[in-house]
Design a protein around this ligand. Structure first.
Ligand code: GDP
Length: 316
């Protein structure tokens, strides 16, 4: 299961640049359904093709409102430009603008003068939260940052085990508590250890039990509060499984009502042609997609780039 990057014959993390170009091509491949429909509209400008494009965008989980709006703006600009209009360029510009959304996608992981940056990962169990936390530790390690991991999901022994395995792989220490202990006290212990050890970033993996909103608020709200004891939490990353579409999004929304989410990690984009969920997520939650998961390997996490995404979408 341990993935070694094809560019390297050691266990050192793949560089950020090489990872970006490898993932760009994989990203492109996952988008073939959309690029097929786009190609058809480029070649025959009739009602049927435009409708087909709209349907494909809806099927790609863009959301019906956004799909209608984007198709109608691409189409009206193509009309305005008349014969010879570069429909592909127009679509490129409009899609990039829609997906970019004017969001700041910077990951706040820079150490403060007197304390580490604190990052919480939250989301429904099974979305890929623990895997993402491990991959993120590796991404940050590749940027020469000192990282401390915290397994604050004390409800599932397997989750703490899994994170500990990631810690060993990445060469990063993991703070964990006994099964069933208070997640907030484990989170606090980790932040305190991060301050004492002068690390750059503390990554806290939380529990994703979706029982009741009140229960979640009590548990996760408390973790968030104690993690803020030395200063505000820098990032709250909400992990969403792209293959669960609008349903997954509805579930994830509860988390954003409980903690102040600063960014989304969309996982499993490698296993779906439903990349349109990027737009739906950003519009529904009002926060940017900052990272994407494109596989189970340790280096299969990339910083989300609207430019690369659209280039992949429209590639042949
Ligand atoms: P958690 O319960 O949210 O912590 O989920 P896990 O981290 O245990 O992940 C659940 C499953 O999803 C595991 O089998 C992971 O390997 C898998 N997974 C996580 N991220 C990705 C991804 O980006 N792509 C694919 N294909 N699988 C992923």
């Amino acid at each position: 299961m341990w993935h070694k990057s094809s560019q390297s014959n050691s266990d050192s993390p793949e560089s950020v640049e090489s990872r970006a170009s490898r993932l760009r091509s994989r990203f492109g491949k996952s988008q073939s359904a959309m690029s097929g429909a786009l190609r058809r509209v480029f070649t025959s400008d009739d009602d049927e093709s435009w409708q087909e494009l709209e349907d494909t965008l809806i099927m790609a989980d863009l959301g019906s409102g956004a799909a209608r709006d984007i198709v109608s703006s691409i189409r009206s600009q193509a009309r305005r430009e008349g014969a010879g209009a570069q429909v592909r360029d127009i679509a490129h510009r409009h899609l990039e603008e829609l997906i970019d959304g004017g969001f700041d996608r910077t990951l706040a992981t820079a150490r403060h003068d007197d304390r580490p940056a604190i990052v919480l990962t939250v989301g429904v169990n099974g979305t890929g939260k623990t895997t993402t936390t491990g991959k993120l530790a590796r991404l940050l390690t590749a940027q020469d940052k000192d990282v401390l991991l915290c397994a604050a999901d004390t409800f599932r022994a397997a989750a703490a085990e899994q994170l500990t395995t990631w810690g060993e792989r990445v060469g990063v220490a993991v703070i964990r508590g006994p099964e069933g202990s208070d997640p907030a006290s484990v989170a606090f212990e980790a932040v305190q250890a991060g301050v004492e050890r002068k690390v750059d970033v503390v990554l806290i993996d939380t529990a994703g039990r979706l029982h009741t909103k009140q229960g979640l608020m009590d548990e996760l709200g408390k973790v968030h509060r104690v993690a803020s004891k030395y200063g505000p939490v820098d990032e709250v990353l909400l992990v969403i499984d792209a293959t669960t579409g609008q349903n997954g999004l509805a579930q994830a929304k509860v988390f954003s009502e409980v903690v102040p989410v600063t960014g989304v990690v969309l996982t499993k984009l490698d296993g779906t042609a439903k990349g349109g969920i990027v737009v739906a997520v950003q519009q529904a939650l009002g926060v940017p997609v900052k990272l994407v998961g494109l596989g189970e390997g340790a280096d299969d996490l990339a910083v989300f780039s609207p430019q690369d995404f659209v280039a992949g979408l429209l590639s042949d």
